[in-house]
Design a protein around this ligand. Structure first.
Ligand SMILES: *Cc1c(COP(=O)(O)O)cnc(C)c1O
Length: 439
């Protein structure tokens, strides 16, 4: 498939007039999604892999952005959906996904999530459930599930660019490589074992490809072992997501055709479909946050710019130290000056940048925070009793409100509703019963 869409959209590539209009019509802070960009990213990725591999299966990992318009757009583009929680399954189905095409990756799944998935699988035998702990398979069996499963493998490598991830956390994901064959033999008796799965990287760019491909080769070897020694009839080997986007202006975007070639080489000869689950890559540069400058304060050390977006709007800088590009939409050509931009939350973590050269912001200016589509709204909170922002979608020439701005009614509803009910009503008891079913 040839696709002319550029491999990256920088924050400065957005049409500033259109962003200004959206902020005026819908107020700030505001998430602005471009559904055509979502589609183009998916098509570029899927097209590159289709050129490099025979019939790859590309799913969208919903947790990066579960907004209904994103899911609808990707379903319309032909993507299947990978879900890692009950709520994601429900939202994928609500957006029109056929449950028989869904894949559910159960990581330390709560009882209610397994209940839901097992029930869904009973009605929809096409559902695939991936698990990375023996215990999870036992819990599924106890719920009467005997359908399609995949084993999530922990290939035990991925040092190098994974250094920042604590090994204790790594152990949370997947079956150790040397236990997979034994488990596979067991599972073949109890379920329909259809796949091997591993999600081996995060934010992988060209410099990380060697490590990433080493991990992929390891997982492919494990799959071949399970096929040959256990005679397992594997339908797919799934290498997860983890494909990165350039958050920094000076980082190069992935050339996905190169990535697809490298992945194809690393996989080698394999009698199974290669599956992939990009999340971030599909949505990151398809969304920006618009924020209004409230205050500009000169201090002897620096210029502090206060905006109306905060870590409640976008937590990645506070949580992961992430860099997000920022543009002054109101005055892109103004002289640059190092400024720190932060929100109204009472914590020093509430900063989007520190001493970064920006077109000098003035009170009332509109700033755009780029690359906000992945793990952006998805991780937004109501910290400081702030209603979550609205989201609009650019769809061709039209602009459509796709999530209204929350109000204080939304913030306090979960308390207000209790005025008419009593603790111990159905919701609470059901949860307690579910926990008992797992003992
Ligand atoms: C998070 C996740 C993904 C997507 O990861 P990205 O880095 O957003 O591409 C894919 N598969 C699984 C199982 C995941 O948990």
């Amino acid at each position: 498939m040839s696709d002319a869409s550029p491999p990256v959209r920088r924050v400065t590539d957005w049409e500033f007039d259109r962003l200004t209009g959206a902020a005026e019509a819908h107020d700030t802070p505001l998430y602005v999604l471009d559904t055509e960009r979502v589609r183009a990213n998916y098509e570029r990725f899927a097209g590159a892999f289709a050129d490099a591999l025979a019939d790859p299966h590309v799913m969208y990992a919903a947790k990066a952005h579960t907004g209904r318009r994103v899911l609808e757009t990707l379903l319309d583009a032909g993507a299947d959906i990978e879900c890692a929680a009950r709520g994601e399954l429900q939202r994928a189905i609500a957006a029109g996904a056929d449950p028989d095409t869904l894949q559910y990756t159960a990581v330390n799944p709560p009882a209610a999530d397994l209940d839901y998935a097992a029930d869904l699988g009973a009605d929809h035998p096409g559902l695939t459930i991936t698990a990375g702990a023996r215990d999870t398979f036992d819990r599924l069996e106890r719920r009467g599930y005997d359908g399609r499963v995949a084993i999530r493998v922990n290939p035990g490598i991925g040092t190098g660019h994974h250094e920042k991830v604590a090994t204790g956390k790594d152990a949370k994901f997947g079956i150790p490589a040397d236990e997979v064959a034994d488990l596979a033999a067991e599972l073949q008796e109890r379920f329909d074992l259809v796949g091997i799965h591993a999600h081996v990287g995060s934010g992988v760019l060209h410099g990380d490809l060697d490590d990433h491909c080493r991990a992929i080769a390891t997982v492919a070897n494990i799959a071949r072992e399970v096929q040959h020694e256990n005679g397992a009839d594997l339908e797919f080997v799934d290498f997860g997501g983890g494909f990165g986007v350039p958050y920094h202006e000076d980082e190069e975007p992935l050339d996905v055709s190169v990535v697809a070639e490298r992945v194809s080489e690393a996989v080698g000869d394999l009698d199974a479909t290669v599956a992939l689950e990009p999340g971030r890559y599909v949505v990151a540069d398809a969304e920006v946050i618009l924020a209004r400058v409230n205050t500009v304060k000169q201090t002897p050390e620096s210029t502090v710019v206060g905006v109306d977006a905060s870590l409640a709007t976008l937590v990645r800088p506070a949580m992961f130290d992430s860099y997000h590009p920022i543009a002054n939409v109101s005055a892109p050509d103004r002289e640059r000056e190092p400024v720190s931009v932060g929100g109204p939350c009472c914590t020093s973590a509430d900063v989007f940048c520190t001493d970064r050269p920006l077109a000098r912001p003035k009170r009332g200016d509109l700033l755009a925070i780029g690359n906000a589509g992945a793990y952006g709204y998805e991780l937004a909170s109501q910290f400081h009793s702030q209603p979550r922002p609205a989201e609009v979608a650019f769809e061709g020439d039209s602009t459509r409100l796709v999530r209204r701005r929350e109000t204080m009614v939304d913030v306090t509803r979960v308390e207000d509703e209790l005025d008419d009910t009593h603790i111990g009503d159905e919701g609470g008891d059901t949860h307690v019963e579910r926990q008992h079913a797992d003992r």
